[in-house]
Design a protein around this ligand. Structure first.
Ligand code: CTP
Length: 417
């Protein structure tokens, strides 16, 4: 859509002092490639991470970093600097910088241009997961949103500090897309996670399955699938953020355990079913795992050896359907059961059928066909289906899907059962 929007755009980029600052250099490069002009202001903390010279080289303009630079004040004052832009972008937006913005401080050039502007501001937060979840940051973010500040991200994932969760700055390409959206005048940017749901699941137990299952062929080989676990882990994290006691039953993934969740690591579908059964009872069950439908009937105890001209045949048998079992009426059925439907065609029809067949309350349908980002990607586009109908959600990050789903879960649980 917005090649033309960007080619005429003047972006004022404020780089804050976080490890993600290096990604902002890439952001400058991408914006320039698409024809935008980029003026850069760096906080003094940002200069601990990237140099003004790198930013100047990429932007083709001097980097500004001091409030009272006489030359700059003579040529272009801070008011003019912020007014000349079509959009102000803060990336990375640290907890400290966001708090200073929310408080209306103007104690350096960055906060001064942000306060002096008459244009919109888009921020890309980046901070440690606990700083992001802290009530002080939530207040800050809520206030900035009230002020009309637009947010992109943060994303969930492994962080530089070794923890997992929302807090990673969005990727440059995602920020470029958000800039295009903001320039087009659409304020419906992906919303910030962990804001509305605080305490909404307090006192509740939520079980989430995540990732693939590996079905052993022999001690070294297995049948598996491409599930990354990003969506399931993000749901577990969002439920923790909403105050729930969370049991995450995770297949083999390359993700760290979300803090504050009880994580049961499993390999096969049978192990996943056993772990879920053990974790019950629960108020809600979210089946985000891509459970293998079949397993090898009898896995070899020793590694299969090859011999010329002979090809082992694998006899497959069906795995138990964990979602269907948990959805069955009975004293242990959680009040709300949510399934996922991974489809490559006839998304809504197939998912509606799955909703009925499995007996769950809600199904999140996503297209996993070639060219989609559902498996392994950071974003996804889903259709949420219940007995009343289908609701298509816009494309958003998996963290945002998780947050929205947890809000939905909390409101379903709040209804009289
Ligand atoms: N699921 C499960 N146990 C299984 C298979 C699937 O709990 N043995 C759950 C998944 O976690 C997901 C939902 O069922 O929430 C749907 O999974 P999906 O793979 O889309 O559907 P299948 O039931 O496997 O049907 P098909 O492969 O025929 O589309």
């Amino acid at each position: 859509m917005a090649t033309n929007l960007l080619s005429a755009a003047r972006i004022l980029l404020v780089i804050g002092g976080g490890i993600a600052a290096y990604k902002s250099l890439e952001l400058i490069r991408r914006l320039r490639e698409r024809g935008a002009s980029v003026s850069v202001v760096m906080t003094s903390a940002a200069q601990e991470f990237v140099t003004p010279l790198s930013a100047a080289t990429l932007s083709g303009e001097p980097t500004r970093d001091a409030l009272f630079s006489l030359t700059d004040e003579a040529q272009i004052g801070h008011i003019e600097l912020s007014r000349a832009a079509d959009l102000l972008v803060v990336a990375p937006a640290t907890a400290n910088l966001l708090a200073r913005m929310a408080a209306g401080l103007a104690d350096d050039l960055a906060t001064t241009v942000l306060l002096a502007t008459d244009k919109r501001t888009l921020v890309a937060p980046a901070m440690n997961v606990r700083m992001w979840a802290h009530p002080a940051t939530r207040r800050t973010v809520a206030r900035l949103r009230e002020d009309g500040v637009l947010f992109v991200g943060p994303n969930a994932g492994a962080m530089a500090c070794g923890e997992f969760g929302p807090g990673r700055m969005s990727e440059p390409e995602e920020i470029v897309a958000a800039i295009e959206t903001a320039l087009a005048g659409d304020t419906k940017l992906p919303s910030t996670p962990a804001i509305g749901a605080a305490g909404a699941l307090a006192g509740r137990h939520v079980i989430v399955t995540s990732g693939p299952t590996y079905e052993p062929i022999d001690p070294v080989r297995f049948l598996g699938n491409r599930s990354s676990g990003l969506q399931g882990h993000a749901i577990a994290q969002a439920a923790v953020g909403a105050g729930a006691r969370v049991t995450l039953v995770s297949g083999p993934v390359a993700l760290p355990d979300p803090p504050s969740a009880t994580v049961l690591h499993v390999g096969s579908a049978l192990e996943m079913r056993a772990a879920v059964t053990e974790a019950l009872p629960a108020d809600a069950f979210v089946a985000a795992a891509a459970v293998a439908d079949w397993r090898v009937e009898s896995a070899a105890a020793q590694k299969l050896k090859k011999s010329p001209g002979e090809f082992p045949s694998l006899r497959l048998v069906e795995n138990p359907d964990i979602l269907k079992e948990v959805s069955k009426k009975g004293p242990l059925r959680p009040a709300i059961v949510i399934g996922f439907a991974a489809e490559t065609e006839s998304l809504v029809e197939n998912a509606e059928k799955k909703l009925r067949d499995k007996g769950c309350d809600l199904i999140v349908a996503n297209n996993v066909g070639a060219g989609t980002s559902a498996f392994g990607g950071l974003t996804n586009q889903v259709v949420v289906i219940d007995e009343k109908g289908a609701e298509s959600w816009p494309s958003m990050t998996k963290v945002e899907i998780a947050e929205r789903l947890v809000l939905r879960l909390a409101s379903e649980l709040a209804k009289p059962q």
